[in-house]
Unconditional design. Structure first.
Ligand code: ZN
Ligand code: ZN
Length: 410
């Protein structure tokens, strides 16, 4: 029997969000309420009580990993989030385009953000043309927003035990990366070679010549910081002996799902924002259920509206999810054939505009789920549900209801 997990990013809210209630409580959600009446509810601390989660650590925890064990720092997960193909063992560094000046062989930082460069994409090609072959390393560079980007290094000698090249202050010299242990010596050399070669490639780039002609600071250097290694995660699909599928718009969620062993399905119109095609996602989820025991669906818009502090937009989006995603799912599926879990990865109250540590509502539906008396899907009703309060591990619980879990012990 298959299971489907639907995560509405930043779903949870606070009673201060919308006239004394949360956006979910204020939203009209007849389909989710009918599912709540059939199933059981509870509250989940995404990572642990009192921990304010990022979307990355929350998803690791929801999939059953211990983020305190496997989360190695933002760098590697940010690289996932901007769509890089990050694999276990890869080392990622956060990157800034900067403006530097050569003085007596040193590079002096004039602007750590190259005048808030609007877009680093046009510089990707020359940076990806840099070779670090003599260090046994493959390289990939990806620009993200404004002056930001990420550098990925893959190979035998890749190590995160290196210091930053970003001096974090204007007027300072671009720092030499130093090895923090004996095994990272070649990695530090490789990073320093990258810094020199990136400066040479960017210095004479026609777009920088244009910037200088317009009186703008050239993006003629890349500053690196926060080296982090992507952990080798044991794929849950291997652990459970199942096939998994992921339907998501946002790159971070596709990346975490891929690391967990799920096959990422491309869904045209799944944009990872408030305009996403929810009907297309529902159809993709239904078709994925034919060939997989675990289907993970991620819907991002709830979190976007909450970060924008727009409680009405969050409420309206939840109503659209109920109508355009859950209505076709509920009418197509038979609850003695499949189990469903609906939750969020953390609370993002529009009144705060950021993630908070408050628990999120959880709903399980299916023949193995013991129904409780709750008849509405919301934060307060979930607190009265039969599942009580627990931390993370939604995927193991869902697969447990589906009788797919391995036995721990004799
Ligand atoms: Zn999130
Ligand atoms: Zn967020």
């Amino acid at each position: 029997m298959p299971g489907i997990l639907v995560i509405l990013d930043g779903l949870g809210g606070r009673p201060t969000d919308l006239e004394g209630a949360t956006c979910l409580e204020r939203a009209s959600t007849p389909v989710l309420d009918a599912l709540a009446a059939r199933g059981a509810l509870g509250l989940m601390d995404p990572v642990a009580p009192g921990v304010r989660p990022g979307s990355d650590t929350a998803h690791l925890s929801i999939f059953g990993y211990d983020p305190f064990q496997v989360y190695t720092g933002r760098g590697a997960f940010e690289a996932l989030g901007i769509g890089m193909d990050v694999r276990g063992g890869d080392v990622c560094l956060r990157a800034n385009f900067a403006t530097v000046e050569e003085r007596d062989g040193d590079l002096i930082v004039l602007d750590r953000r190259a005048g808030r460069l609007p877009d680093g994409k046009p510089f990707e090609e020359v940076l990806n043309g840099i070779s670090l072959e003599e260090f046994g390393l493959e390289l990939a560079f990806r620009a993200s927003t404004e002056h930001r980007g990420a550098l990925l290094l893959r190979g035998e000698g890749a190590s995160a035990a290196v210091t930053d090249t970003d001096p974090h202050e204007v007027g300072a010299r671009v720092a030499e990366a130093q090895a923090k242990d004996g095994r990272a010596l070649r990695m530090a050399e490789a990073i320093n070679a990258f810094t020199r070669r990136a400066h040479e490639a960017l210095r004479d780039h026609p777009l920088n010549r244009d910037r200088e002609r317009r009186g703008e600071p050239p993006a003629n250097a890349v500053l690196l910081r926060g080296a982090a290694v992507m952990p080798h995660l044991e794929p849950i699909t291997a652990e459970y002996g199942i096939r998994g599928a992921c339907i998501a718009g946002g790159a971070l969620y596709k990346g975490v799902a891929r690391l967990a062993g799920l096959a990422v399905r491309d869904v045209p119109g799944a944009s990872g924002d408030l305009q996403t095609d929810l009907g297309a996602k529902a159809r993709a989820a239904l078709s994925a259920l034919e060939g997989a025991e675990l289907v993970f669906v991620h819907i991002k818009g709830t979190d976007n509206a909450a970060h924008d502090r727009n409680a009405q937009a969050k409420r309206a989006f939840i109503e659209r999810v109920d109508r355009e995603f859950f209505a076709p799912i509920a009418s197509a599926l038979s609850w003695d054939r499949v189990h469903l879990c609906v939750s969020g990865d953390h609370t993002t109250p529009p009144a705060v505009g950021e993630h908070t540590a408050d628990p999120v509502p959880v709903l399980f539906v299916g023949s193995a789920v013991r129904p409780d008396r709750v008849r509405a899907f919301g934060e307060r009703s979930a607190g009265e549900g039969g599942l009580g309060r627990f931390s993370g591990r939604l995927v193991p619980q869902l697969l447990g209801y589906c009788d797919l879990g391995p036995k721990f012990g004799a």
